[in-house]
Write a protein that binds this ligand. Structure first.
Ligand code: 5RP
Length: 230
């Protein structure tokens, strides 16, 4: 049964990832998120590029995504070159009914938020396990190494239990060469306020709460793909 469950989650990711890719038009500058769901979006955009003449420029949000997009044959640009995007597509770790998100499970949330903010339309792709009533996952907080101790202390004062993210026996390092603290606040009743409060701590680069950014959510589930719009 467990095996079957895994299979289903993977197929839900593929369904919603590909459905969102079909929203992309030739000529679009496209923000490419990071993770195992948007992976299917990127692969499908590559297929459309190679086989159906889709002409886009992708702006990757991580080194991992850049590699997948390049291997898929998607022409790429940088955020330095293109600061206005037609559309961005990305996954999420949790999505609440107000389209507030927790992101950063893969540690790419800083660039992901920058790219989502610059996009006219931001589509989130998620299998149904990511949909929650209230955000409650530990919030990923990217931190300048210099300020690690201070940020741990201030996050505790804000009410969190902070955990420094590890990768094997070492500290996890982001593409921006910083650390990530996963700050567990329990249920988050006011995501906007918490997002702002965390970002006031000196040394915090950005955190994984995304508010007022998402225009649509594509949910993959056993009934197919459900699209929610604001
Ligand atoms: C990476 C992210 C991802 O979008 C998020 O973790 C969801 O990933 P997945 O689709 O693999 O569950 O925010 O920083």
């Amino acid at each position: 049964m467990a095996y079957n469950g895994e299979m289903n989650t993977e197929s839900y990711k593929k369904m919603c990832g590909e459905a969102a890719a079909r929203e992309v038009q030739s000529g679009d500058i496209v923000g490419l998120g990071t993770g195992s769901t948007v992976y299917y979006t990127i692969k499908y955009l590559g297929e459309l590029t190679r086989e159906e003449g889709l002409g886009i420029i992708g702006i990757p949000t991580s080194i991992a995504t850049e590699k997948i997009a390049r291997e898929s044959g998607i022409p790429l640009g940088t955020f330095e070159e293109y600061q206005e995007l037609d559309i961005a597509i990305d996954g999420a770790d949790q999505v609440d009914p107000g389209f507030n998100l927790i992101k950063g499970g893969g540690g790419a949330h800083v660039r992901e938020k920058i790219v989502a903010t610059a996009a006219k339309r931001f589509i989130v792709v998620a299998d149904e396990t990511k949909i929650v009533r209230t955000l409650s996952m530990a919030v990923p907080v990217e931190v300048l190494p210099f300020s690690l101790g201070l940020v741990m202390k201030k996050l505790s004062e804000l009410g969190a239990t902070p955990f420094l993210r590890l990768s094997g026996n070492n500290y996890f390092i982001t593409d921006n060469k910083n650390y990530v603290i996963d700050a567990d606040f329990g249920a988050i009743t006011n995501p906007k306020k918490l997002e702002t409060e965390i970002n006031k701590i000196p040394g915090v680069v950005d955190n994984g709460i995304f508010t007022n950014l998402t225009s649509e959510v594509y949910i993959g589930a056993n009934y197919g793909v459900k699209t929610l719009r604001k």
